[in-house]
Write a protein that binds this ligand. Sequence first.
Ligand code: NAP
Length: 306
Amino acid sequence: MCRAFFIYHFVMKKILLTGANGQLGNEIKQFISQMPDYEFVLTDLNELDICNLQAIENIFAKHKFSFCINAAAYTAVDRAESDQEKAFLVNEKAVFWLAQTCKKYETVLFHISTDFVFDGKNNLPYQENDLCKPLNIYGKSKLAGEIAALQNHERTFVIRTSWLYSVFGANFVKTMLRLAKEKPELKVVGDQIGSPTYAKDLAQSIILMISETTKLLESKNLEKLNKLFGIYHYSNEGVASWYDFAHAIFEYAKIDTNLYAISTEKYPTPALRPAFSVLDKSKIKNNFNFNIPHWRKSLQNCLKSI
Ligand SMILES: NC(=O)c1ccc[n+]([C@@H]2O[C@H](COP(=O)([O-])OP(=O)(O)OC[C@H]3O[C@@H](n4cnc5c(N)ncnc54)[C@H](OP(=O)(O)O)[C@@H]3O)[C@@H](O)[C@H]2O)c1
């Protein structure tokens, strides 16, 4: 009995989740019960401020994590324009510290990034190695974070995603549902094109990537594994403008509202946003055999849970 207990704990792989109270962090938590071979250590600002290097070192020294999922970030895109120092501290410097510590403890790092690293001048979906030219401070800080992670730890997956929403936290879907109750008519930008992403789908994909990485580590197939590390794009399938997205939200939620498409010019924001940020997902689909749901299907699933 004692020996069996020991072996069980010996093989348990530990996963550090940062930003556990955010949209993605919360969705990852929903999969924990499906991962009995892993022990999760869930942290948000109160448990682990990723801007505190000593706190990072302490938690890694204590737990010797196999994986770290960094779902923590400074995500206030417009506020970042006047809060540059904080945005870079969380999105770059802290990622640098996490990557260095992951390297020291041989922890595989999953770091989440954004479509806002691109300038939106493409008219075909962006591939992972396309030129990055962020238009705003948030995008610049996230790009700096990607570089910090990849340059300091070779066992890193950077996953760029876009237009994230979830049943948890504040997001476009919940904002639209609220505004429809408060306003007689709504005007939504119709000339920014991208792909909505249900954070639950992204969370599931990260879990599958962890399972695949574990298999390759346990079978010592490092040649294959080392080829897998690097940057990936993940969003739901399909393309939409914010207007299309809002239209679908009201259609599926059966809300009758007066919705109008407006141009970005008519809705100025402190941070510029890319006009086109559709991500090409071929790499993640091919390397991990993923079947990615269409955004309309995932939106309907999410609305059932809101
Ligand atoms: N949301 C989107 O549309 C979108 C689009 C593309 C990419 N992404 C990326 O996807 C990832 C997940 O985004 P999300 O929407 O889930 O973000 P989110 O809901 O804002 O969650 C981020 C979490 O990180 C926490 N956090 C902030 N600073 C921290 C620190 N110093 N130490 C520890 N935790 C800290 C936040 O706490 P507080 O709330 O207390 O600050 C929050 O709980 C991020 O990397 C983001 O850049 C998001």
